[in-house]
Write a protein that binds this ligand. Structure first.
Ligand SMILES: Nc1ncnc2c1ncn2[C@@H]1O[C@H](COP(=O)(O)OP(=O)(O)OP(=O)(O)O)[C@@H](O)[C@H]1O
Length: 374
């Protein structure tokens, strides 16, 4: 079993925060598996200073699976390394299961591990099982005492047959799974996984997603996953945190995030459209991907329900023959691009913050209640 919330007997010392923000995450620091409040970090000084993280607050409940996304340079790695105690922030509090990571790094380290850069953490000359034993041992566990759990892990990750093979002789996808198994071998309760499905074929990727959900649901493992594969995020994560320019710009369930896209799209195919009618439609509606073939016109249109009815009325009034209408659902990849390119992200945190917090099944707050993000 993954370790439960703080059993160290340590009482969080709220006064110890490094200039904690007045915008505190809603989950109690003792209840949260991960508690970050007002995190800030600038590298270098003077003209060459780079502010990597500006004022990041987030909480993750035990057993929750969160996707951490953002474009290059958004501040994800700095945030993760700060939670792991690898970077000392300029300001902010970071706790793992109630333990202040910077005041008590060794105690916090008992609970947390990370697979940050793919399959680099393993010893390629050792066999798969030897790697697991090694990583359990450096976490202070007797490898013989946990061998049954390791067998189970190997079984679930489809690595049992390769248990006695040297890691260097495995395929890239297999190495990736060994890397994950090594992180989990130490019986930690919080894991950061960077691109966990990289190099896996579809079947292995799907199996791994199922396994990650099982570990979260059955063992209460808390996971923070970053991936460029939005399908993985959609499949595995309860919640998505999107960072941009050193800040959290979205903190929401995948479902609510997509539901927030009021304007869905439609793909329409229609006959009998003259150039004049097309010009009129283009002036009145947001048509994209317009293609004409023979007598048929195909286009996409971004429209809420009301606009869609106005469009169908217009088409009817012009005696157009509608051949087909399909809805185009927004997906997470689209949402991500919009949230990190446009201005929408700031309004989402500011306007939706409170209501999202109520809707979220975990009862966690989104990215604080605005504060400096305004
Ligand atoms: N050690 C460092 N020294 C100087 N600048 C740094 C350092 N680490 C990160 N940065 C800068 O801080 C900003 C945030 O970087 P960070 O690595 O946290 O972003 P990221 O979201 O993880 O990006 P990526 O997806 O590219 O890994 C970037 O502008 C980066 O160049």
């Amino acid at each position: 079993m993954a370790k439960g919330p703080s059993n160290s007997g340590e009482t969080p010392d709220d006064g110890s925060a490094l200039g904690a923000s007045d915008r505190s995450p809603s989950l109690d620091p003792n209840e949260a598996a991960i508690y970050v409040d007002g995190l800030a970090k600038t590298f270098g000084s003077g003209e060459s200073a780079v502010t990597a993280v500006k004022d990041v607050s987030l909480t993750v409940a035990p057993g929750e699976v969160v996707g951490l996304l953002g474009p290059n340079g958004a501040g994800k790695t700095t945030t993760i390394k700060s939670i792991l105690g690898l970077i000392l922030p300029d300001a902010g509090t970071v706790r793992v299961h109630g333990i202040d990571v910077h005041a008590n790094p060794r105690a916090a380290y008992e609970y947390v591990d990370a697979m940050l850069e793919g399959a680099r953490n393993d010893y390629w000359r050792l066999t798969v099982r030897e790697n697991l034993r090694y990583f359990a041992a450096i976490r202070g566990q007797d490898p013989d005492a946990v061998s049954e759990r390791h067998d189970e892990l190997l079984e679930h990750l489809d690595l049992a047959e390769k248990a006695d093979t040297a890691v260097r002789d495995l395929s890239r996808g297999m190495k990736q799974k060994v890397s994950l198994a090594s992180v989990l071998a130490g019986d930690i309760s919080v894991a950061f996984l960077d691109e966990p499905t990289l190099g896996l074929d579809i079947e292995s990727s799907l199996k791994l997603r199922t396994e990650l959900r099982r570990l979260a649901e059955e063992r209460g493992l808390t996971l923070v996953i970053s991936s460029h594969d939005m399908d993985v995020i959609e499949d595995v994560c309860d919640r998505v945190v999107i960072m941009n320019d050193g800040r959290v710009v979205v903190d929401d369930t995948v479902e609510d995030l997509l539901a927030g896209f009021e304007t869905k799209g439609y793909r329409i195919s229609v006959r009998g459209v003259t150039d004049e009618v097309l010009a009129d439609l283009q002036e009145r509606f947001d048509l994209t991907d317009v293609q004409r073939t023979d007598d048929r016109l195909r286009f996409e249109v971004a429209a809420d329900t009301e606009t869609f009815y106005r469009l169908t009325d217009t088409m009817e009034a012009n005696n157009l023959d509608v051949a087909s209408v399909e809805t185009v659902q927004p997906d997470l990849a689209e949402a991500f691009v919009e949230m990190t390119n446009g201005t929408r992200e700031t309004s989402r945190v500011n306007e939706d913050g409170a209501s999202t917090a109520q809707k979220a099944p975990t009862g966690l707050s989104p990215a604080g209640d605005g504060g400096d993000q305004r």
